[in-house]
Design a protein around this ligand. Sequence first.
Ligand code: SF4
Length: 414
Amino acid sequence: MNKVWISNEQSSLQRIDSKCIDCGQCLEVCKTCNGLKDGDCIHCGACILKCPMGALVPKYNYKEVLANLHDEEKIVIASISPAVRVSIGDEFGYPPGAFLEEKLVGVLKDLGFDYVLDTTFGADLTVMEEASEFIERLKQKKKPMFTSCCPSWVHFMKKYHESDLDLLSSAKSPIRMQGAMIKTYFAQLKNLNPEDIVTVFLTPCVSKKSEIENDCFCDYVITTSELAMMIREQSLDFKTVLERKFDSVLGKGTSSGLIFGTSGGVMSAVLRTGYFLLNHENPPQDLVELSSLKGTENFKEMEVDLNVCKVKVAIVYGLRLLNQLYDSLKENYDLIEVMTCELGCVGGGGQPIVPINKKEEYTRERGKSLYQQDANETRFSYENPEIKMIYENFLEHPLSTKAKELLHVPSKER
Ligand code: SF4
């Protein structure tokens, strides 16, 4: 077969057979980016971005979301991932990387969502839990720890390195943490019945549709490109929509949460908080900026001085390369960030389709746009006032019994 194999039961993507011309480009990108064996799909959607005919598309869920929006009994809550706010503009004629956070909140309100929250809050929570787990593992001399917020990478581990699953951080991804907090803490604060709440996550990622399949806190994932279809079908004019602010609580993240949307962001955020947890003071500037990173575009590494100890860290995107380096990564590093897509989630398979010769430029501009915010905003997850509040009033502390129950994946469920 000259094309990627996609099962009908797949929750992430689908092929429109009548559009397929059997050119084989989907299969080629699958092999060159991820080195997958025929028939293995990790749901990343690289094939969607490569297909010249538009024959590969996300598995659409937006009509179900619209039906919920029309149901008066339901409280429908949207939460926006970092990389969506720097790519939605590609669908509506904005320059690449345009930062359209408040426009996006406005359009979701106009679509009828009852609350619009920010997944950067969920990302800050992931940072708190993952950094605490990393410090705990360091103390127990358990190394390395691989990040786990990219579901395609987790699928890859299950297929090709199943015996190493305990090397993945147990922290849930930002959308899953956000979902758990919406249906517990947020519901409690707003006096809502969790059974009436429908959670909808706007993400750059098709793979997230597979990630939430058995998650009782997360109901729908809508990709950036799917959101654009929804906006058009409801005849909204994105350019003239009024800008609005996120709702509170769970509507405020720091720039540590924001840079999760691009390669290097998770590493940077986790090290900043890890340093604070070990030293009870803010990290030095070179650690915040990871200014000593060395390497190639898709593989970078450095030794980081955490004051009480030094650790070796690596950042990789693209699973073919990851697999080539796998044994050496396991042997030589303490913390490894892995993302499947080009430059991380800004290059995700659910992002708008742009001309193939401009794809790299668009992806780069989206990443730059997220990092530009890093200079303006609060940069440390542990300084987020809403994060402080949720630990004080609900979760107690990172890795508490409650935090483990709601925010971590038990190893037997991997
Ligand atoms: Fe999804 Fe991001 Fe992983 Fe791509 S890198 S599969 S967009 S989580």
